[in-house]
Write a protein that binds this ligand. Sequence first.
Ligand code: ME8
Length: 528
Amino acid sequence: MGPMDNPHRTITTPIYYVNGRPHIGHVYTTTICDVWSRFERLLGRDVFFLTGTDEHGQKVEQSAEAQGVSPQELADQNTAEFRRVMGLFDLTNDEFIRTTDPRHEKQVQALVQRLMDSGDVYLGTFEGWYDAGQEEYYTETKAREVEYASPISGKPLDRATEENYYFKLSAFQDRLEQLFASQPDFVRPEARRNEVLGRLRDGLQDVPISRTNFSWGIGVPGVPEHVIYVWIDALFNYITALGLGDPESDWYAARHQYWPATIQVTGKEILWFHAVIWPALLMALGLPLPTCVYAHSFWISEGQKMSKSLGNFIDLEKLDGYIATYGRDALRYFLASQGPLGATDSDFSRLQFHETYTTDLVNTLGNCSSRTSAMIGKYCEGRCPTDTGTCAGGGVEWASFTAKQVEESIAAMEQFDLAASIGAAMAIVHRVDAFINDTAPFKLAKDPDQAETVGNILYRCAEAVRIAACLLEAVIPRAIGQLREAWELGPASGDLTEECRWGQFQPGAAIAKVALFPRVDAPAATEA
Ligand code: ME8
């Protein structure tokens, strides 16, 4: 993805609202971005991975009031929760930006000032409808379309008349159409791109970007009674974290090379902001556009949409429970391999989680690595054997087979197809299992004349598992760390492609027995 000669890779998540607590959705987006970041780092790329919290706006002000605390206190409390999550899921973000950070606030004002100076932001009067829950304004036409009720919360829209500062989005219609035509991969997946194109064809209207009905936000420069619309404030995080709004800043000095982003990941519900308003803002500022905006679909919970009223959110307590039973890697693996990256939603069900864990991690990767190391322990004195070339049966051209899988796994990850990348690596492990069954080294080992063949077979098994492990390390870093230690593989080299070249397992290396994924009892049918 992106020009291959650009050595930098930047990935962003949405910044999360602090008026609620973190849940599976937040963990999901951040985890998949983490997997991609780790993978790119393993390939030797210089990565910047950004996440954070969106702390201004009316919703936060109202929630704080309801809880009898100041908006800043609420923001501090909940942002701490989000940071705790980063620790729980082994996330390796390079920055956790908060929109209440003075370094962000200062830059947002400077960026809005630039837009005022260029005429892209002007003072005007808005008449229309307001979705208080989403803090989103609707024109008459759009409000009629949604039958004057919020498509998210179902609550009726409020009538609104306000003098506001506007962003001249309508002026970018042609340029946006051109962008979508010339960069078909700008918005992915394709189904989402088509939705954006459909809405774009209806024509763009200017966007009010200031509010006067509350105060928890960043003031419009020189007009403090106008607060900058939370969405504009929030979108700018992607460039303020890199210092682009303040060329004198430390952030700019250290990070400006990370813009434009390689991939900006969001949920499907906020794609319009990222696919249309955001590029238009960047165009107005004369800044380059991200290579791709990727809008994933949603997790639903045990077959039902997650909602406050149903109380079925997979929240941090539930996630803690999964971690306690299955481990962090298992959760990362499930999210990355079964998640809603495509255009359809995915079901987070306890049974499916258990099945994925048992099938892929216990019975496949866990079993294959433990079988291989146990046999090497028994028949090769726990040392990596030498491959002398002769090998009974199996019929696998290991070097070319693994090279093909490695290429596929890397290409898929570059396209942000995590499941396919994982699948290509797991196919190696499946092949090892079949190879062990076909060649039956445990039978051959009974005949001392076959010792060399047994060594050759087991070398191939260990080497293939090693390669698969390198490809899976970004997804399940703890388990692969354990394997690296037990098999004396050393740390990742920073050149994944080279590391995955066949034949690098050092004969004589100590191979200790490993048990990477303990078997877990199936959940009771009543347990959801
Ligand atoms: O929208 N399944 O923040 P937010 C998968 N602050 N992902 C989900 C999900 C689900 N059921 N629910 C939420 C905001 N997400 C704004 C963003 S960005 C400049 C400002 C994830 O706390 C998904 O990534 O509501 C979604 O886009 C994000 O959480 C929304 O988080």
